[in-house]
Write a protein that binds this ligand. Sequence first.
Ligand code: NAP
Length: 299
Amino acid sequence: MTATKIDGTAFAADVRAQVAEHVARLTSDHGITPGLAVILVGADPASEVYVAAKHKQTVEVGMASFEHRLPADTSEDDLFALIDTLNSDASVHGILCQFPVPDHLDERRVVARIDPAKDVDGLSVVNAGLLASGEKGLVSCTPLGCLMLLRDQVGDMTGKEAVVIGRSNLFGKPMGQLLLQENCTVTIAHSRTKDLAEVCRRADILVAAVGRAEMVRGDWVKPGATVIDVGITRIPHPDKPGKTKLLGDVHFAEAAEVAAAITPVPGGVGPMTIACLLANTLTACCRAHGLDEPEGLTA
Ligand code: NAP
């Protein structure tokens, strides 16, 4: 392997430490404690794990964590009533509803109900629009995390060719917008892109967010490129019966022979998502109180 392995676990720990420092200053200088409210509807086992991890890390950085667990048959009216209460609660600076929600609820309507200033997942149409127009909003956590890793690894990205594979509202589109803001020349590829390997080969920065294990092979990677692997596919573990293993969208061993730097799966992008959720909550809190935003923790 010749590429530098980008250590997302260590980077995320550093982001959380920076957030914790800011939180401590907010509390000591202004008597303010940032608060994050997480709503979980139903008992999806994967969501339970995410919500528990978010709670733990929120408390560890000194923020207030408000968990709201609702039964799976909660009506839209009842869920919206809770969101309205949180929207007007001054001790809550960030609100997120853990997805997926049960089928009778519409995720887009749920996100739209959250005050955009508290939409720390950055998923609302308002925040997507602010990002697209180059204005300050709250940016979706995983793309924000990738941006932080890229700024650290690449530095000035001006004039770089960037290719993002995947065009979801959650990741691909905001990632493309962020790279455009960094003055990259951006291509957003997707399932209908022709000659995807050829498109990828011109990328100085290659970001893969598809969800197809090891789709990006070594010969898709431009020598010296920086590769960010967002994809997560869980497969049965080849050596440990009954266990599973995570694979990224990039064939790590092959790509690492060609790239200058690459994120592993796990331990690359994954840990950045919650760290950026905390960074967004801090940013939302600073804005709500008219205070300076934390440097280096926003887009
Ligand atoms: P998504 O909504 O399913 O979007 C997948 C995208 O990949 C779509 O734009 C799709 O194109 C494109 N695609 C599918 N097959 C393709 C192919 N053969 N060639 C090129 N493009 C193809 O998924 P997502 O929410 O963006 O997430 C993508 C991956 O990132 C998933 O594995 C997810 O688990 C992972 N993820 C990880 C984190 C984290 O680490 N914390 C956070 C978010 C997402 P079309 O639009 O044409 O269908």
